[in-house]
Design a protein around this ligand. Structure first.
Ligand code: FAD
Length: 417
């Protein structure tokens, strides 16, 4: 089934009875060439690129819940390529380019909207840092523009510019940044992988990893044992638990991050906006709800729901920046489990066990990374060598201390990244 304007028109006129399921529901086979543990954005994208770009067959994605039940369906959907440090900047640049062709590649409307992201600054020091970041982004080949307060006042008239404590000095705009519909990204990759023969097996929890003589043999699951030549761990917030099944202790802590949405409003916020003096970022969804988020709940947890003090903290930051949102009613909030590394940057690497690979540590920036993460992890699993855009994401940097990418400059404290 391919989506096209003609197909939509025909279905619309004939009662929408001709749409089929987006992917099959196969029983697990006894063995595969490659098993991906985790049917989130990164796992599905990995399977898709393994089949599409490396022509591999006999691939399965094992998902303990349903496709889209993890962070891929819980995030605030921000997509950007404005990272500062080498290692990260080329990777996110690669990802944004993939985003720009994604709906055509997948033949699926992922609602990628390049509405621009503006990071505000509130002091001379922050302005200097924004200028350095803008130069670094431009050197990478991506776009970055510095905005004066006068320019900002025209674009975002609803901000509180003269707030006594945090006056706004200007902003750093990336026009190619924006949002995409999170669960459509999961569905689009799932459908694309399925069309290329990948078995997507839902309600199949991996409970053990079989290893013999230092070589991976397969996995134990809630639906029986499955053999595989190669296994990729792509389970985001559950990375430490699944890696422990292979006897590995990862440099990762799991923390809750919450997101919030208001009732639907008429269009009022055209961009993605990030407050520079508190952790607060906001955009307006196509349905009209204001979608926003803030800091982690600050203690390690596997609960996929948040706590009230952080609700208050985020609401305060929102009110400080744009008092008008006080009139909107918050409808819902939810949480997701973040796989936080000590330097805030991810891991795409082999492990010391032959045939066992690791994709983890996305912290709260992993949605924008989905296309490049899948693309680079597939490259690593298929060829055995790191993709040019993901050279820096080595696991041993946490052992040696060399090549750390501390984007926030906060040091080795997981919850501060
Ligand atoms: C509230 C919130 C806001 C965010 N905002 C942004 C944002 O604006 N921009 C951005 O770039 N990033 C954002 N992120 C981060 C981003 O969503 C994540 O980094 C990314 O989705 C993680 O990768 P994933 O999609 O593969 O994870 P997931 O969707 O969590 O996939 C992992 C899957 O593994 C499965 N699994 C776990 N254990 C097992 C097992 N034993 N067996 C089988 N399956 C298993 C899980 O069920 C899950 O489906 C946000 C996250 C949250 C929670």
């Amino acid at each position: 089934m391919r989506f096209s304007a003609l197909k939509i028109l025909t279905e619309g006129l004939t009662g929408n009875r001709g749409w089929g399921a987006h992917w099959r529901d196969p029983e697990p086979a006894e063995d595969y060439d490659i098993i991906i543990i985790g049917g989130g954005g990164h796992g599905l994208a990995t399977a898709y690129y393994l089949a599409k770009e490396h022509g591999l067959k006999k691939i399965a994605v094992l998902e303990k819940g349903y496709i889209g039940s993890g962070n891929i369906g819980r995030n605030t959907t921000i997509v950007r390529a404005n990272y500062f440090l080498p290692g990260n900047s080329e990777f996110y640049s690669h990802s944004l380019k993939l985003w720009e062709g994604l709906k055509t590649d997948l033949n699926y409307n992922v609602m990628h909207s390049q509405r621009g992201q503006i990071g505000l600054f509130h002091s001379d020091g922050q302005r200097d840092a924004a200028i350095r970041r803008a130069n670094s982004i431009r050197n990478q080949g991506d776009d970055a523009e510095l905005l004066s307060v006068d320019q900002l006042r025209k674009m975002l008239p609803y901000l509180d510019y003269d707030q006594g404590r945090f006056p706004i000095y200007g902003g750093l705009l990336q026009r190619r940044a924006g949002t995409a519909r999170h669960d459509a990204v999961a569905w689009g990759y799932a459908r694309g992988a399925d069309q290329r023969g990948v078995d997507l097996i839902q309600n199949c929890e991996v409970t053990g990893i079989d290893i013999k003589g230092g070589v991976v043999q397969g996995v134990q699951t809630s639906r029986g044992a499955i053999r595989a030549k190669k296994v990729g761990i792509v389970v985001a917030g559950r990375s430490s638990q699944v890696a422990a099944m292979a006897g590995m202790r990862l440099p990762i802590e799991s923390h809750v991050l919450q997101a919030f949405v208001t009732e639907g409003l008429k269009p009022c916020i055209d961009h993605v906006i990030s407050f520079g003096m508190g952790h607060f970022y906001i955009s307006q969804s196509d349905k009209g709800g204001l979608v926003f988020g803030g800091d982690l709940d600050m203690y390690a947890s596997y609960a996929a729901r948040g706590n009230l003090p952080m609700v208050e903290h985020v609401a305060e930051a929102g009110m400080t920046l744009m008092p008008m949102i006080g009139k909107a009613r918050m409808l819902r909030s939810w949480g997701g489990i973040m796989d936080m590394t000590p330097d805030g940057s991810p891991i795409i690497d082999k492990t010391h066990i032959e045939g066992l690979y690791l994709n983890a540590g996305w912290c709260y920036g992993g949605f924008k990374a989905v296309p490049a993460s899948g693309n680079c992890f597939a490259h690593l699993m298929a060829t055995g060598t790191a993709h040019a855009a993901a050279q820096g994401f080595r696991l041993d940097r946490f052992r040696t201390g060399r090549g750390l990418m501390d984007e926030e400059g906060t040091g080795a404290q997981h919850n501060l990244h």
